[in-house]
Write a new protein. Structure first.
Length: 437
């Protein structure tokens, strides 16, 4: 029987509620759903070394432990902080001995990106020989953080941020399960449970930790722990803003942020940003919307806007909340004050309409590649003009299909850098008219 007294439990709720097997695991259906690759590998005990890449609290460590249990393997956890080359080699020798006895060894490395090159290289020969099955977990892009030689011998499985429904399922189980608060009488509405789930930002561990703080600090009346919105606010020492990330208000507020930046109003933009962040919105979602804004509403008027937006996204990814709030603030202020142009967006929408109506229009022969003799005989590439061979780096060659000859999609604005782009485009068009025979 699990001890569930609020005052005698030492082990954190998130640890107590860690799923024991795949039936309890929540989320990642694209990996462990019916007929999915990872589930088949586990069920058939046919595992290879792998890397789990995804945000915090999405189940990377839990999956590794479930795999070890389901496959009856010797499970070893390594730490980048405490494990040197000497310790690694010692464990590898033990793994080789176990292999001779028919016992598999799963070596789990949490935050594998923290291991230096020498440490990662020390695993390589044992992975190659099959002495160990390496499972690494990382929140960072493996392409940049893991040695190519080691990465090439591992399957990469991408874990996704948990949905609101997933988090709600995790919270409800914690309230009912004896490992959680199943021996307590807890009263909480669906709306208030959703507030806690929203605050978790897709992180199950964060959600359980938050729930534990709230339940522990709530008062018990007549044997019932009642969790109200006031209790949630007092427990977390912050005002919880009603904000359903899948509901209308979510789209209303992101619209308000977008339109405030478009209207060059930094004060309003920062306010709506704060509304989203304080309500528990995922900072990476906001950063992605800012990246879109940088091209949709600024574009070539300030070519640095996209750089700022992408840099801020990376900063949010590395640092997370609450520290990344200042990076997002910098971004929305920059976007608000930058010169505006929607010429890129308009250009694409005009071209999209024509593309949809001319899907069967053939590519002009003059700009087709001709890698074979047959293609050359069919006049592929005949008459092609190589712009770099000319003094002006310009030609009079037509690149649009005949039915669209003379079409103009990009029409530069008159703000910021687009003034220069407009002048350049006008000169190009004038040159082409003058030099057409």
């Amino acid at each position: 029987m699990y001890q569930t007294s609020l005052f005698e439990n030492i082990e954190p709720l998130a640890s107590r509620m860690r799923p024991k097997d795949l039936s309890e695991f929540v989320g990642q259906k694209h990996l462990i759903g019916e007929d999915k690759l990872l589930k088949k590998m586990i069920e058939k005990d046919n595992l290879s070394s792998m890397i789990f890449w995804g945000p915090p609290g999405t189940g990377k460590t839990t999956l590794a432990r479930i795999i070890a249990h389901e496959t009856k393997s010797n499970f070893i956890t390594f730490s980048a902080v405490t494990s040197g080359i000497k310790e690694i080699k010692k464990v590898m020798e033990e793994a080789e001995n176990n292999k001779r006895l028919g016992v598999k060894t799963i070596l789990f490395i949490d935050e594998i990106h923290r291991f230096n090159k020498a440490q990662q290289d020390a695993f390589l020969p044992y992975v190659e020989k099959g002495s160990i099955i390496l499972i690494g977990a990382t929140t960072e892009n493996p392409s940049f953080e893991i040695n190519n030689a080691l990465l090439s011998r591992c399957r990469v499985f991408v874990l996704k941020e948990l949905s609101l429904e997933d988090i709600m399922q995790v919270l409800k189980r914690a309230i009912k399960d004896e490992r959680g608060f199943g021996n307590e009488k807890i009263e909480i509405s669906e709306e208030n449970l959703k507030i806690i789930a929203n605050l978790a930002a897709g992180d199950a561990r964060n959600a359980l930790t938050t729930l534990e703080v709230i339940v522990t600090n709530a008062k018990k009346e007549n044997g019932i722990i009642k969790i109200t919105k006031t209790v949630i606010e007092e427990s977390l020492n912050k005002k919880t803003l009603l904000y359903d990330k899948n509901g209308e208000e979510h789209y209303n507020i992101i619209s308000a942020l977008h339109k405030s930046m478009r209207n060059s109003d930094p004060d309003a933009a920062v306010y709506w940003l704060a509304r989203m962040l304080e309500a528990g919105e995922n900072p990476l979602y906001i950063a992605r919307r800012i990246i879109r804004f940088a091209s949709e509403d600024i574009g070539l008027a300030d070519t640095n806007a996209l750089n700022v937006a992408i840099n801020v996204y990376q900063a949010c990814h590395y640092i997370g909340m609450p520290e990344c709030n200042v990076h997002l603030t910098e971004a929305v202020i920059y976007m608000s004050l930058a010169p505006k142009s929607n010429a890129c967006d308009v250009a694409y929408m005009l071209a999209k309409k024509d593309a949809q109506n001319t899907v069967a229009e053939p590519v002009p022969l003059i700009i087709r590649n001709a890698p074979t003799k047959l293609m050359k005989d069919l006049n592929y590439g005949k008459g092609y003009q190589f712009a770099h061979d000319t003094k002006e780096k310009l030609t009079t060659m037509e690149c649009l299909p005949p039915s669209l000859k003379g079409k103009e999609y990009y029409k530069p604005g008159n703000k910021g850098n687009e003034i220069k782009f407009k002048e350049r485009l006008e000169k190009i068009k004038a040159w082409k008219i003058a030099h057409k025979s």
